[in-house]
Each structure stands twice: as structure tokens, then as C-alpha cells.
Design a protein around this ligand. Structure first.
Ligand code: ADP
Ligand code: GLC
Length: 482
């Protein structure tokens, strides 16, 4: 029997993306198609989505969805079914999908994403004629009220089972308790085993409480969120629902991330034609105004935030240059960090090149041309850029946390001797540990044969969705007892 799943999220590549969530949501339908699962994606109809989603037809109207008129539009994304929630009162505004022009969260984010969740729950409980789903799969806090609404669907309805996937526990969707009457949920839900969270309404908390299963995006992170350091106040709930929590590592979408066919590269290559990669390195040098030489280029493709350890990297860049290495950084985020990297580039012309902004094509070129990618995250639920690094022969240098721990094998003596190393890991994010990891990478880079062997091993390693697609399908089947 085909399992019909509604996957609900605030972003999906290629229609709208601010981070890895979009990549994962975009890849899931393809990852699950081979496992007897038909996945339909539901996303908000931001202006850029309505403009780029292609042909959409109206399949449902809500006179008042969280107090605003809304329509459900149906179309396709990469050949898979797509729903777009068209609610202009909440979504028809320019700029960032989460924040206003001043960088502050939209004042009505609680309503915008409650509407998304409410629409999902209607779809999962027979409220939209012509559609039924076995499972509603909610991603992150923006979709997390869906399981809560499903629990309070009319008793007469056939209600879908539900899953919440936590992509990042640090964003829990916390709102003032005053919103509760507007959510259309029973008042008695404002309790510890309902949606109450530190005196307010917690969307992720409520979703984790109500969902039939909880997943997160790596086995290590599934363990880490049991601790106060990573659990962000929800560790007790994770522990209480432990038997329903699993960690499933993300894969990468080969239709988008494959150096053999990547149009953003100057030269395409495979593990067997790795020499061609050189042309991409030259292109990176030109693009980032780096002096050409034979030493290693480190890259960073990242949100510039505390989570990603970018403040620590900013402290290490002078050491990196002193070791004869160069840095090409693409990122945006905290203005203080953006400025720190701009200043670093001014201090080291030709050795550090910085592009502040968001550029999909440049991110591909960096993976295909730089020698190593630095990911000094303080926490990392999964991380995708290390997987892209593996696939592109851009050796990952990562902090030992979350999904970085689960996907990269450190080049220690034993791993090198056994021929299994795929990158560098370091424990604890500090100037000393990151500088030491960079030094290890620079040393191994000097041994060209050893470096090339490691690059090729990374390219051969399994970063596909094959295993993880199967794991999600198993979680779905378990919920349905099939
Ligand atoms: P997170 O979702 O926490 O930001 P991930 O590693 O899971 O981290 O995913 C980040 C995604 O965003 C990757 O696809 C990465 O290539 C992309 N990305 C991050 N910053 C930029 C940028 N400045 N320009 C282009 N792509 C970026
Ligand atoms: C979040 C996490 C990141 C993960 C991504 C996709 O943004 O920070 O580690 O890879 O979600 O699951």
C-alpha cells in the first residue's frame, strides 16, 4: 500500500531557501518515492513562491484561517505534488520570510505559522474535500502546531498520524501567552503537558508533546538534545518521550549536488578526473581576489552566527594566513561577524576573500574549487555543507558535534592507517582547537598523495538519501502498523 504523507515546512528548495531545512524538504519526496511513500509538500505562499512555483490551481478556500482569508493552491515541484498556502494577509510582504526590514521577527509570526499548521491539520483530518493523508510530517517549530491541531480535530474525523522533525532545537517558536485564545485551541491546553512553555506558548514543545513520533536529523543530535546544553529547555520532554525519538541523518540530492554535472562549476569532474578540479580552484581565486598559489584554500559557506562558531573562526584567520593557507568565505548573518570578516579581508588582501551575501551558484563553485571546508559549529543537528564537501572532494574540517560527528571520519593515525579517514574533527570549539585542526589539514595537504586519497574516499562515501529514505519509511510504517 502506498503511504500518503503531507510534509509541512516553512521553506523548500528551489522555491524558497534560507538554510538546510529547504534542501532536506526538497529532497524528501524523491528520497521516499522508492519506498512506497507518496509525499506531498505544503509550504507558505510567500511572494517568491507564488512567482516561481509554476502552474497552481485553487483547490480549497478558507473564509477565516486564523482570522484571515486563505486559499489552498495545488501544483508540482520537481514532478512531486505541492500545496501552497495562499494567505496574502499573512504572507504577501517583501523581504525575508521570517524577519522584517529591521531584522526583527515579523510581529505576527505566531499567526503566520499557526495558519500553516492549521491548514496542514485540516488536510490531515478530511477538512479539504478530495484529499486524505495517512501521516502529517511537520518540520521545525513553524509547522509544529499541526500535530496539536490534529489532536483536537472533530471526533468524527479520520485523523492522520503525525511526526515532528526537529532540524534545530535552538528555534523553538516561543510566543506570548496572550495569543492562546486566537489559536483556536482549547484553553485547558495551556499546561505542562500541552503547549505551555516557560510561561508562554511553545510551538515546538506543543508539537513534540502531541506528535506520534519525533525525529531529528542525526543520531548524535538525538542524544545531545537529552542534555541541558543542547536541549534548550526541552531535554526533559525529549527524555520523557524517548521511545518515540529517533535520529535520521540527512542525505544530499544528487540532482543538485553532483560535481560531474554541476553547471555552476568551471570544470566538471569525477573521482577519476579529479585533476580537472584545478580549474575550479583558479575560478575561486579569481572570484575571491586571492593570489594564485599551490597552497590550500579553505572555504566557509555558512550563516555567520554563534551556532556556527563563526566568532571563533574570526579569531583564527590570522593564524590560518600565517600557515600559508588562504580563505574564501561566503556567508551572511550577524552584522558584527560580517564586519569582522570584512576587516580580516582588508588585513590580508590576496589571502582572505570575503563575499557577504547569499549565492547558491558561488556556494557550488566553492565546494568544487576550494581544498577544505571549515565547519566549527558549537552545535549542528546534521549539517549539509560537510556532505557537499565530501561529494565534491572539498575535505571537511569539522567540530565533533551532532551530525558532523556522524558523517565525518577524523584523519587520526588509526583511521589513516586503516584507510578510512574522510576529514578532520576537533573536540570543543575554541581558538586553540580550531587552529590545531587547520594546522593538521595544512600538514596533510602537503602530502599530495595522502590528500588526494582522502578526497577520493570522501567522494566515494555514502552521503545519499538511500539509507535515510528507508529509515523515514520505516518510521511511517511503524506508525501505521503496516
Ligand atoms: P543550516 O541549515 O543550519 O544553516 P546546513 O549545513 O544544514 O546549515 O545548510 C546550510 C545550507 O545553506 C547549505 O545548502 C549551504 O550551502 C547553504 N548556505 C549557507 N550559507 C549560504 C550562502 N551565504 N550562500 C549560499 N548558500 C548558503
Ligand atoms: C538546521 C540545522 C542543520 C541541518 C538542517 C537540515 O538548519 O542547523 O544542522 O542540517 O537544519 O536538517
Amino acid at each position: 500500500m502506498t503511504i500518503r504523507v503531507l510534509s509541512v515546512a516553512s521553506e523548500v528548495y528551489p522555491l524558497v531557501k534560507t538554510g538546510g531545512l529547504a534542501d532536506v524538504v526538497g529532497a524528501l519526496p524523491g528520497a521516499l518515492a522508492g519506498h512506497g511513500v507518496e509525499l506531498t509538500t505544503l509550504i507558505p505562499g510567500y511572494p517568491q513562491v507564488l512567482a516561481s512555483a509554476g502552474k497552481l490551481r485553487v483547490v480549497h478556500r478558507w473564509p477565516a484561517l486564523l482570522g484571515t482569508t486563505a486559499r489552498l493552491l495545488a501544483g508540482k515541484i520537481d514532478g512531486y505534488p505541492l500545496f501552497v498556502l495562499d494567505a496574502p494577509g499573512l504572507l504577501a510582504r517583501d523581504g525575508n520570510i521570517y524577519t522584517d526590514a529591521g531584522g526583527k521577527d515579523w510581529h505576527d509570526n505566531w499567526r503566520r505559522f499557526a495558519a500553516l499548521a492549521r491548514a496542514a491539520a485540516d488536510l490531515g483530518s478530511g477538512g479539504v474535500t478530495g484529499y486524505t493523508f495517512d501521516i502529517v510530517h511537520a518540520h521545525d517549530w513553524q509547522a509544529a502546531l499541526a500535530p496539536v491541531y490534529l489532536r483536537h480535530a472533530p471526533v468524527s474525523a479520520t485523523v492522520a498520524r503525525s511526526i515532528v522533525t526537529i532540524h534545530n532545537m535552538a528555534f523553538s517558536g516561543w510566543f506570548d501567552p496572550g495569543i492562546l485564545p486566537w489559536l483556536g485551541l482549547p484553553d485547558d491546553l495551556f499546561t505542562l503537558d500541552g503547549v505551555e512553555f516557560f510561561g508562554g506558548v511553545g510551538y515546538l514543545k506543543g508539537g513534540m508533546q502531541a506528535a506520534d513520533a519525533i525525529t531529528t536529523v542525526s543520531p548524535s543530535y538525538a542524544q545531545e538534545i537529552l542534555t541541558p546544553e543542547f536541549g534548550m529547555g526541552l531535554e526533559g520532554l525529549v527524555a520523557a518521550r524517548r521511545d518515540r525519538v529517533s535520529g535520521i541523518v540527512n542525505g544530499i540530492d544528487p540532482a543538485i549536488w553532483d560535481p560531474a554535472s554541476d553547471a555552476a562549476l568551471s570544470a566538471r569532474y569525477t573521482e577519476r578526473t579529479l585533476g580537472r578540479r584545478e580549474a575550479n580552484k583558479r575560478a575561486v581565486e579569481t572570484r575571491f581576489a586571492l593570489e594564485p598559489d599551490d597552497g590550500p584554500i579553505f572555504t566557509v559557506v555558512s550563516r555567520l552566527t554563534w551556532q556556527k562558531g563563526m566568532d571563533v573562526l574570526a579569531e583564527c584567520v590570522d593564524d590560518l594566513v600565517a600557515k600559508g593557507a588562504r580563505l574564501a568565505l561566503l556567508g551572511s548573518g550577524d552584522v558584527v561577524l560580517e564586519e569582522a570578516f570584512r576587516l580580516a579581508a582588508d588585513r590580508h588582501p590576496g589571502r582572505i576573500g570575503v563575499m557577504i551575501g547569499y549565492d547558491e551558484a558561488v556556494s557550488h563553485l566553492l565546494q568544487g574549487g576550494a581544498d577544505a571546508i571549515l565547519i566549527p559549529s558549537r552545535f549542528e543537528p546534521c549539517g549539509l555543507t560537510q556532505l557537499y564537501g565530501l561529494a565534491y572532494g572539498c575535505v571537511p574540517v569539522v567540530a565533533r558535534t551532532g551530525g558532523l560527528n556522524d558523517t565525518i571520519i577524523d584523519a587520526n593515525e588509526a583511521a589513516l592507517a586503516a584507510g578510512v579517514a574522510t576529514g578532520f574533527q576537533f573536540a570543543g570549539v575554541s581558538r586553540d582547537t580550531l587552529t590545531a585542526a587547520i594546522a593538521r589539514a595544512v600538514r596533510l595537504y602537503a602530502d599530495r598523495a595522502a590528500w588526494t586519497t582522502m578526497q577520493k574516499r570522501g567522494m566515494r562515501s555514502d552521503f545519499s538519501w538511500e539509507r535515510s529514505g528507508l529509515r523515514y519509511a520505516q518510521v511511517y510504517r511503524k506508525l501505521l502498523n503496516t
